[in-house]
Design a protein around this ligand. Structure first.
Ligand code: AMP
Length: 552
């Protein structure tokens, strides 16, 4: 595909940016991008309601780059600032800005708590174009005079509702007060509570409003589709997909991916795992496309891995399953995709793999489509084995009913002289099972929790949960004193903030048991916290402190 027929070209982005998108394999703008990019390029402020997974990062990052393009790489002070609630998001956004802006030579710096401040100081003094920061760390730098906002042309508040929930309202006000009045301001939020309205009123000028939830599904219109979602971490997605496919054993399935690269990579991975997958995306010629379709229709391929664009107008009679390898970027895309199965009264299956951060987008889809999409556990190795045995059993059952087995009788009779008939049957089942190609997949895929269910700081007295791994990016420390020594969460927060450079809000969940406590701190700061607290006292007592031993 050349840049000319890339759907982004119509939005008015420059070739350097379009080329980056082509390299990334983006084939067309997502709905939020089509709606947000033109008004942002025209210089308007914007208030957008959109969750992660909609493509909102590119929706603000592309026009941001366009706006500052002529001054990139020239000055020292940042031209654009993105505020994000968590270190995780700050890193993601800065990577995205880096990818989109690489041909422009954009210098991007993420700054967040928990990372040594020295490195950030060095980078800032060398000059950066775009800073992506958590509000707390941005305030630190402002107070040190190391972050100067006088040249800012664009400010983005990303996941503003989360930032307010985390108590950053005042920090955000203070930061915005340091920025030039004529800046462009963009606010994205997954929800629009009154507090967000107030924030928009005080910091945005006649913003254009954008919401991605629009489609109303008429009752009764929904196709007969069994819908299921599986929550998995990104690194386990190929394995989880394989497992789900093994258990579902579809006649024919389409697996939807976001980009061309993802399509190519996943096709390769699936073929490597013994599936017969073909890829279809905008970079594929009509001739190849016809060949792929013929293979699918003729049953020599079972899986089609495709982008939305490439799958448009595709009608496959045998299709039983639609798989969303990511949560689609809009409810409309979800409805459209799953509408490809469940036709003509046949039951279809729609499967969605959800990364923890995409959970809120799944909720939006549920709300808009008015359907509950149950989140199920990825089948375990034991589930898979049980399913494979069931398949072997049913093919034996079919053979017993339908095949003429008389020519095998002599084999059974001869063996029966020596062995019990039951044992002979067992050996025959074993061979049949193995010959069916049942994969000996041993890899267990870990269960994960959605992001919003992670314990917050005040999770101490919250509902009892089974203890699992620490939140992403955090390390859990063990303290050898608990409730019986009168320790309260605020004592732990006080000790850590008093002895280290961490702020209260850098500290994660705290759990207090009778004789010990657990506290989450940002991973890179863990050693420092241990070091500093080793000689300190909590409630007048020296307390053992070490990394928590991982439960087996
Ligand atoms: P976001 O909602 O910004 O977190 O984006 C979700 C994911 O969609 C990211 O992995 C992006 O790289 C990807 N993405 C964003 N825009 C597009 C697009 N137009 N085409 C394909 N993928 C996209």
């Amino acid at each position: 595909m050349t840049t000319a027929d890339n759907g982004f070209a119509d939005l008015g982005l420059r070739p350097d940016i379009l080329n980056a998108l082509t390299t990334l394999g983006y084939e067309e703008p997502t709905p939020i991008q089509s709606e947000a990019i033109p008004p942002l390029l025209a210089g308007n402020d914007l208030l957008g309601q959109a969750a992660t997974g909609t493509g909102k990062t590119a929706a603000f990052a592309l026009p941001l780059l366009e706006r500052i393009a002529d001054r990139i790489g020239k000055g020292e002070k940042p031209l654009a600032l993105v505020l994000a609630p968590t270190r995780e998001l700050a890193v993601q956004v800065s990577e995205a800005v880096h990818r989109y802006g690489r041909h422009l030579g954009t210098r991007v710096l993420p700054i967040y708590g928990g990372q040594p401040i020295g490195r950030q100081l060095r980078e800032l003094s060398r000059g950066v174009d775009v800073v992506v920061a958590t509000p707390g760390r941005a305030i630190d730098h402002l107070q040190r005079g190391t972050l100067q906002l006088g040249d800012l042309q664009v400010v983005v508040l990303d996941e503003a509702d989360e930032m307010l929930d985390m108590g950053f309202a005042e920090d955000i006000d203070a930061i915005l007060n340091e920025t030039p009045a004529q800046r462009q301001t963009v606010l994205f939020s997954a929800t629009m509570p009154p507090r967000i309205d107030r924030m928009a009123k005080s910091h945005l000028r006649e913003p254009v409003l954008i919401q991605i939830e629009r489609e109303k599904t008429e009752p009764g219109e929904a196709p007969r589709v069994r819908q299921t979602a599986y929550l998995v971490r990104r690194e386990h997605k190929p394995a989880a997909l394989g497992r789900v496919l093994d258990v579902e054993s579809p006649t024919a399935a389409v697996v939807f991916c976001r980009t061309r690269d993802e399509v190519d990579q996943l096709t390769e991975t699936l073929n490597g795992r013994g599936y017969r997958a073909e890829s279809l995306h905008g970079g594929i010629s009509q001739e190849q496309r016809d060949r792929v379709m013929a293979r699918l229709r003729g049953g020599t391929a079972d899986l089609l891995v495709a982008t939305d664009v490439a799958a448009r107008g595709l009608d496959i009679e045998q299709l039983t399953h639609v798989v969303n390898y990511n949560v689609p970027s809009a409810p409309e895309a979800y409805t459209h995709r799953i509408g490809r199965v469940g036709r003509a009264g046949r039951e279809g299956v729609a499967i969605t793999l959800v990364e923890p951060r995409e959970n809120s987008m799944l909720k939006t889809i549920e709300r808009v489509t008015k359907t509950k999409i149950p989140v199920e556990k990825v089948p375990t190795v034991a589930d898979l084995r049980a399913r494979q045995l069931e398949l072997t059993r049913s093919s034996l059952h079919e053979s017993l009913l339908e095949d003429d087995l008389s020519r095998f009788r002599v084999v059974v009779e001869t063996l029966a002289d020596e062995f019990d008939v039951m044992d002979i049957a067992l050996a025959a089942v074993k061979l049949a099972h193995e010959a069916s190609g049942a994969a000996a997949d041993e890899e267990e895929i870990p269960e994960v929790r959605p992001r919003e269910d992670r314990p917050r700081r005040d999770g101490v007295a919250g509902p009892r949960r089974e203890r699992r791994g620490p939140s992403e990016g955090m390390t859990r420390l063990f303290l050898g004193a608990g409730r019986s020594s009168g320790i309260r969460p605020q004592d732990i927060v006080g000790a850590i903030t008093g002895e280290t450079g961490l702020k209260g809000r850098d500290i994660g969940a705290i759990e207090i048991a009778d004789r010990f406590s657990l506290v989450e701190v940002p991973g890179p700061a863990a050693n420092d916290v241990i070091e500093q607290l080793r000689d300190a006292t909590i409630k007048g007592k020296r307390v053992t402190i070490r990394r928590e031993r991982q439960p087996r």
